[in-house]
Ligand binder design. Structure first.
Ligand SMILES: [Zn+2]
Length: 169
């Protein structure tokens, strides 16, 4: 890679056409639009968007739902993904399933779509009948988290590229 390729915005060297510093900054900015709220009926916390959240961030969240109706887990996974990107940039993300089986059972019980993630995990990771049920749940959830992460990362990368184009004009 040529060292001449530098970010138009901050002057940092580009990594595969993307400025990692601007990517991290954008992720931090996006993260500031999420807030934790408490649902009165269940006293459970959930993640929501603040008033004034830019429409492109709402679109990103919508896309990360992969066709599901607005869903607390999707919001949480998007928010987690944004935090991870703000931290590691283009580096390898640390993504793993919830630790407690009770949390995994809640997750899979929240939507029929999520049994599909477990089915996919069985295929993808080549699990067999000896694989523990809890492992299947964990791998299924990890698959969903990674799917959301990949979507969010691509969305933010595209946003950075668009900004660079605007700066070129
Ligand atoms: Zn930059």
């Amino acid at each position: 890679m040529s060292s001449d390729e530098r970010c138009e915005v901050c002057g940092e060297e580009l990594d595969d056409e993307i400025c990692e510093r601007c990517l991290k900054n954008l992720a931090k900015e996006v993260g500031s639009f999420f807030e934790v709220k408490e649902r009165k009926s269940t006293e459970e916390n959930y993640i929501s968007c603040r008033d004034g959240t830019p429409s492109w961030i709402r679109e990103m969240i919508y896309e990360a739902h992969s066709g599901m109706l607005p869903d607390d887990y999707k919001y949480r996974f998007v928010s987690d993904a944004v935090d991870i990107i703000a931290d590691v940039g283009l580096g390898e993300p640390y993504i793993e399933a919830d630790v407690y089986t009770s949390d995994l059972l809640k997750w899979v019980g929240s939507s029929l779509t999520r049994t599909g993630y477990c089915d996919d995990a069985i295929q993808e990771y080549g699990m067999d009948s000896k694989t523990a049920f809890t492992t299947t749940l964990a791998m299924g959830q990890e698959l969903e988290k990674r799917e959301v992460y990949d979507m969010v990362l691509n969305y933010l990368k595209d946003k950075i590229k668009q900004q660079e184009l605007i700066n070129h004009e």
